[in-house]
Design a protein. Structure first.
Length: 278
């Protein structure tokens, strides 16, 4: 099997060590702070520089875009910070390709930072939106026609300054809950090997053969590996499956952790090493 993971890190000149997963996770959360702040500025400037004018035009005034240089300045701020926020989001998503963790970490943290930042920014702008010239009805037409009452859509647009923060805050809560749930699942997978009780033994095994199964699990490739290890009755060889990240594929000769039941050498689980030296 071609060693994709080792080649990748060799090209970048970075060490292929178990601690790089923790380091990458830490960098993602550090990047999420400026990303959330950038999205907060995007939400604030976009609400007051773009959506406020559209809201005024929709409700009462056809010339709402003629607001002078302040709106233009806000649009410039919006353009600059949406570029910065997008670059930070791409940096977080890149970690999904450079670290062997549960898939979608960069995407999940980036989505949480985006929703949280937009919720904060639009909430700060809620009190500064332009008040409509008339509430409940449109202004009379220039040709003398009577004023028309607002429709349901008009009332939704009227409450837009308060609806936007609520929607983004709800998305942030949902995204955060999904992140916490996925983190708990990942911790359980690391703390206890599946299909084996707490009485299982862990020994060091060596990969002798690797075969790609042409199958995928949670977006990551699945491999069939032949592993040799020292069992209770002497050296043994077992066949197991492993799901790893694309750039951390198992290679022949690599050390792995083998969990097995001391009363049944055939019941084993093979896991890539995450916290112990090879």
């Amino acid at each position: 099997m071609f060693p994709y993971g080792k080649l990748w890190w060799a090209v970048l000149g970075l060490p292929d060590e178990p601690g790089r997963e923790r380091e990458a996770r830490r960098k993602v959360w550090l990047l999420s702070v400026p990303a959330a702040l950038s999205w907060a500025v995007v939400g604030w400037s976009g609400a007051l520089g773009i959506l406020d004018g559209l809201r005024s035009m929709s409700l009462n005034r056809s010339g709402a875009w003629e607001q002078g240089p302040s709106a233009i300045s806000l649009i410039v701020v919006f353009s600059v910070f949406v570029t910065i926020a997008s670059a930070l989001g791409f940096a977080m998503r890149w970690t999904d390709w450079s670290a062997p963790w549960w898939p979608g970490t960069g995407v999940g943290v980036g989505g949480f930072a985006t929703c949280l930042g937009l919720a904060i920014g639009t909430a700060l702008a809620a009190s500064s939106w332009t008040a409509p010239e008339a509430v409940g009805e449109r202004l009379p037409f220039a040709d003398g026609g009577p004023a028309q009452p607002w429709t349901f859509v008009d009332w939704v647009v009227y409450y837009e300054p308060y609806l936007l923060p609520g929607v983004f805050a709800e998305l942030a809560v949902v995204t955060g809950a999904l992140l916490a749930h996925q983190a708990r699942k990942g911790a359980k997978r690391q703390d206890a090997p599946p299909d084996l009780d707490q009485g299982s033994w862990r020994v060091t095994g060596r990969i002798e053969h690797v075969e790609f199964t042409h199958d995928w699990g949670m977006g990551n490739p699945r491999f069939r590996v032949h592993v040799s290890y020292q069992g209770t009755s002497g050296p043994r060889t077992a066949v197991a499956t492993m799901v790893t990240s694309m750039f951390a594929a198992p290679v022949v000769g690599a050390a792995v952790d083998v969990f097995y039941d001391p009363d049944d050498d055939e019941a084993i689980v093979v896991r890539a090493r995450t916290g112990r030296p090879t």
